[in-house]
Write a protein that binds this ligand. Structure first.
Ligand code: AP5
Ligand code: MG
Length: 192
């Protein structure tokens, strides 16, 4: 199994690259942000809880998020036979520890963490542009700044966590999506 964690700031290209990677490696894509936005759209209890956090650029509490992730993994076990791309999870050390434990209980582990490195001014420009084009509720300047703060405080420490595990592959996340994809592929091909 090829289990990949996409790691990077808001707007770094996690979703864009995941869409390309699932085609090439036949993986199952789990974006926790997409799962939450789908729940908001359907008006579920989870969606009602998640909306306040998302619109403020804050993280959904770890325990809630970890439970959701485990159920998505288990509900899709047949589609995830070749492996999973975790996009937007983990975002805290507690989530990373929970993911390691969850995968170990299922007899597997993380194969690689792909870290996308993109300068902050590029991130902001990409997100403002998407806000104009697609109207995602958290793609406005105030919430973008809050998301970036949360990323630096809570998520960036994962870099060291995964470096110590020897699974981190940092990738330059600028230039075209195809350029970035080729860099990721060069890291992953030796693993398959
Ligand atoms: P989430 O949906 O994960 O949002 P995010 O991390 O802020 O990241 P984005 O989806 O905005 O960016 P991305 O890295 O996927 O980039 P993309 O490919 O779209 O989370 C949203 C919220 O949900 C969180 O704030 C939190 O509240 C909650 N949440 C989610 N997971 C959680 C968790 N685990 N725990 C707790 N809370 C959680 O690209 C961005 C834009 O740039 C696009 O328009 C794209 O077309 C463009 N682009 C991409 N690549 C390039 C390129 N190479 N060149 C030019 N443009 C590019
Ligand atoms: Mg995304």
């Amino acid at each position: 199994m090829l289990n990949i964690v996409m790691f990077g700031a808001p707007g770094s290209g996690k979703g864009t690259q995941s869409d390309m990677l699932i085609e090439t490696y036949q993986l199952f894509h789990i974006s926790t942000g997409d799962v939450l936005r789908d729940n908001i759209k359907r008006g579920t209890e989870l969606g009602k809880t998640a909306k306040d956090y998302i619109d403020k650029g804050q993280l959904i509490p770890d325990e809630l998020m970890t439970g959701i992730l485990a159920s998505v993994v288990d509900e899709n076990a047949d589609k995830a036979r070749n492996g999973v791309i975790f996009d937007g999870f983990p975002r805290t050390i507690a989530q990373a520890e929970a993911l390691d434990k969850m995968l170990a209980e299922r007899g597997t582990a993380i194969s690689a963490v792909i870290g996308l490195d993109v300068p902050e001014e590029v991130l902001v420009a990409r997100l403002l542009n998407r806000g104009k084009e697609q109207g995602r509720s958290d793609d406005n300047l105030e919430t973008i700044n809050d998301r970036l703060k949360v990323y630096h405080n809570s998520t960036a420490p994962l870099k060291q966590y995964y470096e110590e595990q020897g699974v981190l592959h940092m990738i330059k996340g600028t230039d075209t999506p195809a350029d970035v994809f080729n860099r990721i592929k060069a890291e992953l091909d030796p693993l398959v």
